[in-house]
Design a protein around this ligand. Structure first.
Ligand SMILES: [Zn+2]
Length: 339
């Protein structure tokens, strides 16, 4: 089986080299439309940094989870899956395109044109009436975040919970107690439910930071908490695209380009036998701009794009159940994941 995977890997690489050319869109061309210098994609009033930190796991791994992952890791190219996710929105100027000096294409149209359904981890405070974003950093295109969220649903995308406040939860818990964290997640969920009519199932904590207690309690309430921790099987661990480093002044944007760096991460995971990936991006103009090339390169590599719900149906266990690494994956440092 390892030999077959190696062959598939080589085939994928051949496809990739045939299809990828120069960065056609230029990952940073639209940066100035974005949020200006010193942008913080976290976008909450507190603006926590996107420092990668480990989140904490809970205790047991259901056997069927491991089995599902094992099956996936030995999948044929037909089973190659990508769940594309975008945090921190809805940001209307990113979703529908900037009308500023340098007009930018809208992320929704880009996804539609490529036949891709994605999952948006939205911030609850944006889903309040008349809110269009952060005046300091964002462009008002005359569309509210609620309108944008409704449009996402109409076009077949999913909304999931990135908390209400977008505060970093471990610090917030230290300051305000765990119940505050639970309420913040729940407030975010209620804001989403008011639009979609259904309870979100997934929570991605800002910067992936959450205490083990809060995580366990959220899981007991039926949420599934996304993580970059190496304690999760690779297929159920977010791939941190580092796209926020390409916004604004693009300090630290991965080289040679963001799409290349993401493809490299995918390739690294393939080498370890994982052909299903949850890719974590942000609603940023610079990220929208690289999507056509990234999507086309991943398709050329044999990948199919699915929503997170479908992904979890095919790869993961039931929502709310704990997933912990067992013998499926080797521990990987958080620093290594961030590359
Ligand atoms: Zn965020």
């Amino acid at each position: 089986m390892g030999y077959i995977r190696l062959l598939l890997s080589i085939a994928g690489l051949c496809l990739l080299s045939a299809c990828s050319g120069p960065n056609r869109l230029g990952s940073n061309n639209l940066g100035s439309n974005n949020l200006g210098a010193g942008i913080n994609p976290n976008n909450s009033s507190t603006g926590s940094s996107h420092t990668v930190a480990s989140s904490v796991m809970s205790k047991k791994t259901p056997l069927f989870t491991i089995r599902a992952v094992t099956q996936t890791t030995s999948a044929s190219p037909a089973d190659r899956l990508i769940a594309l996710t975008f945090d921190d929105g809805p940001r209307p100027y990113v979703l529908f395109g900037s009308k500023a000096v340098r007009p930018a294409p809208g992320l929704i149209d880009i996804l539609d044109q490529n036949g891709v359904k994605a999952t948006f981890f939205v911030v609850g405070w944006r889903l309040t009436p008349k809110t269009w974003g952060e005046p300091r950093h964002e462009e008002d295109i005359g569309v509210t975040c609620i309108d944008a969220a409704e449009q996402l649903i109409r076009r077949g995308h999913e909304l999931e919970d990135h908390t209400y406040s977008h505060l970093e939860l471990r610090s917030a818990e230290k300051k305000n107690g765990e119940q505050w964290v639970m309420r913040d997640v729940d407030r975010g969920a209620q804001a989403i439910k008011a639009i979609t009519g259904s309870q979100p199932q997934y929570v991605r904590p800002p910067d992936w930071i959450i205490t083990s207690d809060a995580r366990r309690d959220l899981e007991q309430q039926g949420y599934r908490v996304l993580t970059i921790s190496s304690e999760n099987p690779t297929a159920l661990r977010d791939v941190n695209s580092l796209d926020y480093l390409c916004a604004g002044k693009a300090v630290g944007c991965p080289k040679p380009s963001l799409p290349d760096a993401v493809l490299q991460q995918v390739e690294q995971r393939e080498k370890k036998g994982t052909f299903t990936h949850i890719l974590a991006f942000h609603e940023l103009s610079t990220t929208a701009a690289i999507m056509p090339r990234l999507i086309s390169d991943l398709k050329a590599r044999g990948y199919r794009f699915v929503t997170l719900t479908e992904y979890m149906k095919l790869v993961g266990s039931k929502p709310g159940e704990t997933v912990k690494q067992a013998a499926v994956t080797r521990p990987t440092s958080v620093a290594a994941l961030g590359r």
